[in-house]
Ligand binder design. Structure first.
Ligand code: SF4
Length: 494
């Protein structure tokens, strides 16, 4: 059998295996959203709105912990922010200090005990933490602690942090937290809360975003700045890699808590995860995505009539491509925003309809046209393939697929839910193979140089999923780790 036939058979098997079951989510999945407020009456109400803005970062569970300086209250549940945190729930969360969390599980099952913020009582008092990220040396730490008698109540890697804090012999909570985090490897943007303090920390590489916002009488901390806008907060700056920010009432202090030698911000926050109205790692997300599209238009122009986006995450990049190419931007696909968790386990007859449930083509705009389709990334290629069929069925004469990032060849181990390496189509197939699999007239990805040229400080980013250069060493059997993580996930359709 020659190589081409073999490759074709592999691709056919890929389609068959995927069509037999539920269509896996085509995108990388966001991790979690964290938010905290200090110095404001009924702080929990502001946290509710902050979490609402960060809903795209996690839809499995939501929770808030608040404090009035003496009494600490908590309310958590499985589901969306507006379903879990009702008016009655918020009335019970009094005080000027509150933190909240939206969860999408990258480790641990989706159960009530695995919801955050985690609230514990230890010898230093009450402590709540909300964590976004993934810790890579959890197994060894957990095994060691269990041997020494520790009992874990959840399967979340975040619980390790509270155990390490409780065991620390340092005197203040800031020192205990720094002591605990110095033993951990991995990615985290963390918000912690005692009865009187709000604390934000970024890991030494600054993988996950966390920013500081100013309120008239206090401060807030959030994964993304879009959460400040909704409550009238003013963006101050990001929490730097390895930095700890401590807010008490209306005052704020900054500590260089963890040694940071180089930065590795997640580039995918700018490509796909974060909202375009956010500033992340000091970059405007919308501006970076437009740069991606413009650069892609220069690198890989197409003879075409219109440019369309795969909504919503590719809208800015498609606008950039249209600006860069001089082609008109058109609405080619409409996304249904109300596809919810009812489709997690659909009956057989709707399984093949998933893409049609999520996207509908605008026939009048596509019919007879040579179309450039801009998408932010290709993961397995299965959804892209179905989308292209939809676009062709709507009458497009030619389809030229342009991707606003380089080929994804490796899994992420820093808090992003990704398939195993074998499932990533670009890990084992050339651009030509993928083009044939998708059924397009042409396919081009943004180059690595092109991607780097679109941000202000390219050396401050992690690009590991585009080549496997991991800034923090991962388990040598990393793909096995990814498979284990993913085996416990559910598949909400966003
Ligand atoms: Fe982000 Fe990819 Fe690095 Fe993970 S591997 S942190 S998704 S850039």
């Amino acid at each position: 059998m020659n190589d081409n036939i073999m490759k074709k058979n592999e691709l056919t098997e890929r389609i068959d295996s995927i069509q037999e079951g539920w269509l896996p989510e085509e995108r990388f999945r966001e991790e979690c959203g964290v938010f905290g407020v200090s110095g404001v009456e009924q702080a929990a109400e502001l946290v509710f709105f902050g979490l609402y803005s960060l809903q795209h970062r996690g839809q499995e569970s939501a929770g808030i912990v608040s404090s009035d300086g003496k009494r600490v209250c908590s309310y958590k549940g499985l589901g969306l922010v507006s379903d879990v945190l009702t008016s009655d729930a918020l009335r019970g969360l009094s005080g000027q200090l509150a933190i909240g969390h939206n969860r999408y599980s990258t480790t641990g099952r989706t159960t009530l005990e695995n919801t955050q913020p985690l609230l514990v009582t230890y010898q230093g008092g009450r402590l709540a933490i909300a964590h976004n990220g993934n810790l890579v040396n959890v197994c060894e730490l957990k095994a060691k602690m269990e041997t020494q008698g520790s009992i874990f109540q959840t399967t979340m890697d975040s619980e390790i942090i509270v155990h390490l804090i409780a065991r620390s012999e340092a005197s203040t909570i800031e020192e205990k937290l720094a002591d605990a985090l110095s033993q951990i490897r991995g990615a985290y943007a963390l918000i912690a809360m005692t009865e009187t303090k709000l604390i934000g920390v970024s890991d030494p590489f600054g993988f996950r975003p966390i920013s500081i916002g100013k309120l008239p009488s206090g401060y807030c901390l959030a994964s993304e700045t879009c959460a400040f806008d909704i409550i009238g907060g003013k963006y101050v700056r990001p929490v730097e890699a390895g930095e700890m920010v401590i807010v008490e009432g209306e005052s704020i202090r900054y500590l260089n808590a963890l040694k940071s030698t180089s930065k590795a911000h997640c580039i995918f926050e700018l490509i796909y995860f974060s909202r375009p109205d956010s500033i992340v790692f000091t970059e405007s997300v919308d501006k970076v995505r437009r740069n991606l599209g413009r650069t892609l238009a220069q690198e890989a122009p197409a003879e075409a009539d219109i440019v369309i986006a795969v909504p919503d995450s590719s809208n800015s990049a498609a606008l950039g491509f249209a600006e860069g190419s001089g082609l008109p931007f058109e609405l080619g696909l409409i996304r249904n925003h109300y596809v919810g968790r009812t489709f997690i386990d659909p009956v057989q007859r709707v399984r093949d309809q998933v893409v049609k449930v999520k996207f509908n083509p605008v026939r009048e705009n596509l019919s007879g046209k040579r179309v450039v389709v801009v998408d932010d990334s290709i993961v397995r290629g299965t959804t892209s393939r179905k989308l292209i069929r939809l676009i062709r069925d709507a009458g497009a004469r030619e389809v030229h697929f342009r991707v606003g990032s380089p080929p994804i060849t490796n899994s992420c181990f820093y808090g992003i839910d990704t398939p195993s390496r074998e499932e990533l189509i670009a890990s084992s197939h050339t651009v030509g193979d993928i083009s044939e699999f998708l059924g397009v007239d042409s396919l081009a990805y943004l180059s690595m140089e092109g991607l780097r040229s679109c941000v202000k400080k390219p050396d401050d980013f992690c690009y590991a999923c585009f080549g496997g250069c991991y800034p923090v060493p991962v388990d040598t059997d990393g793909d096995k780790l990814a498979l284990e993580r993913n085996s416990s996930r559910v598949d909400p359709v966003r």
